[in-house]
Design a protein around this ligand. Structure first.
Ligand code: PNW
Length: 447
């Protein structure tokens, strides 16, 4: 069971939203069915050496076919909500016209989820940019921000009434830094100058999309999802403390200052000299448009030391718990970060933890999937959320990443984040022990 979470925690109440999350590219498969166009991840997967084992998203979890079974799975867990993303390349043709076959898939899916009483949290962009837009410069081209706003307009007109809450972007930091800054993700470019420009166009697209969502689907809430990082200094020296602060500027303030202070942090450009993006008059006001909620994704802490100049280097800490991703487990950092955001950003909207979870070495034993580390990880992070709420942070919900094992980006199918196991030979889904415990926990909540 969940033994860390205090018995009187608000997280145990039915009004605290608990859900599971996925993303289109990671589960759907059917990569050229019903007129779906190629995305930058289809291209990236085909470039040698970019994705572990040469894996790709062509089949994934076959969710495009098995969606009805998967809705039963979600409903059977007893969660309140499901967070999913729409594949932009499924719902729009290259000339901007809608693709009804792709749209119908999401209409059926959302209708069934709502019939089951589930709230629907829909992300517009979880990294699968249509390749034809990348061919025109992708997020380095300001035009892409306007194409994203067109997509948001079309999608919110088509899906109005079926969505509880929209999220424009998932983790723009990852899109910009991993995609354009270090090349670990699609489209695989590496320059900090590119990263800051891509991030600016991503956030501009976010801001441009907000009015369309409001007009087309006024009953739905609107937000964005930011991944946040935590750093501890490798030693207590002022230099290493400054390094840890800079890491958090680069991961958190870069995005959150833009959204909630309408400026990029000066420290970012001391860290990356000469990397200022081109910002036109009025852009920061578009980026800073108000939202109904902020989604936060949190996974791990790192240790850093000074690089001897104006930057930081990551160091590998010994004697700490790690996951299958080699990520350091540190729940209290989530509590600390949430309290810091409340302090640093007056007027911050309510927060949902839109992703948290862990990849583990699951043990399969006579039909059971044992994953004790995962349940413990979730339990301790829910306790950290409880701790932040006790300090006055307005957290309304928490989504487990992920519903089921899926395509883990550059790590392919080798890293498993699901609370449901997927056998990729048979496509059979099996509840792991963590899922069984969470199902029991959900059933025992207090009104
Ligand atoms: C997030 N990092 O990705 C994504 O939103 C999910 O699609 C993904 O499956 C999940 O977290 C687990 O990785 C991240 O290197 C990828 O800091 C990489 C990082 C953070 C988040």
């Amino acid at each position: 069971g969940l033994t860390h979470l205090p018995p009187d925690s608000p997280v145990r109440r039915q009004d605290f939203l608990l859900g599971v999350a996925t993303a289109a590219f990671q589960i759907e498969g059917a990569s050229n069915t019903d007129g779906r166009l190629p995305s930058i991840w289809d291209t990236f997967c085909r470039a040698p050496g970019k994705v572990l084992n040469g894996d790709n998203g062509d089949v994934a979890c076959r969710h495009y076919e098995k969606w009805a079974e998967d809705v039963e799975l979600i409903a059977g867990l007893g969660v309140d909500a499901y967070r999913l993303s729409v594949a932009w390349p499924r719902v729009m043709h290259a000339d901007g016209r809608k693709n009804d076959k792709g749209l119908d898939f999401y209409k059926r899916l959302l209708d069934r989820l709502r019939e089951k009483g589930l709230d629907t949290y829909v992300t517009l962009y979880h990294w699968d940019l249509p390749q034809h837009l990348e061919d025109r410069g992708g997020w380095l081209n300001r035009e892409t921000s306007y194409r994203f706003a067109d997509y948001a307009d079309l999608l919110s007109r088509e899906l109005a009434g079926r969505v509880t809450a929209w999220s424009t972007l998932n983790e723009p930091w990852c899109s910009a830094f991993l995609g354009y800054g270090n090349g670990h993700h699609a489209p695989g470019l590496s320059s900090t100058r590119y990263a800051t420009q891509a991030l600016h166009h991503l956030l501009l697209g976010h801001g441009l999309a907000l009015p369309a969502l409001q007009v087309n689907d006024p009953a739905a809430r609107r937000g964005i999802v930011a991944n946040v990082g935590a750093a501890s200094p490798a030693s207590p020296t002022p230099e290493d403390r400054e390094a840890a602060r800079l890491f958090e500027v680069q991961h958190n303030a870069w995005i959150l200052d833009a959204l909630f202070k309408r400026q990029y942090p000066d420290d970012l450009f001391r860290l990356w000299p000469g990397s200022e993006p081109l910002v036109l008059d009025g852009d920061m006001d578009v980026i800073g448009r108000p939202m109904d909620y902020l989604g936060i994704n949190y996974y791990f802490r790192v240790h850093v030391k000074s690089d001897g100049a104006h930057g930081y280097t990551e160091v590998r800490a010994e004697g700490v718990e790690r996951t299958q991703m080699d990520w350091e487990v540190h729940p209290d950092s989530l509590r600390r970060l949430l309290i810091g955001f409340k302090r640093d950003y007056p007027g911050l909207p309510p927060i949902y933890i839109t992703e948290n979870g862990c990849a583990c070495d699951d043990r399969i034993e006579d039909g059971r999937v044992r994953d004790p580390q995962r349940l413990s990880y979730i339990d301790r992070h829910l306790s950290a959320v409880d701790g932040a709420m006790r300090e006055g942070v307005d957290v309304r919900g928490y989504f487990i990443w992920s519903l089921m094992d899926n395509f883990e980006w550059a790590f392919g199918y080798e890293r498993r984040f699901g609370i449901v196991h997927v056998d990729y030979d048979t496509q059979q889904r099996t509840l792991k022990d963590s899922a069984l415990a969470i199902r029991d926990f959900l059933a025992a909540r207090t009104p």
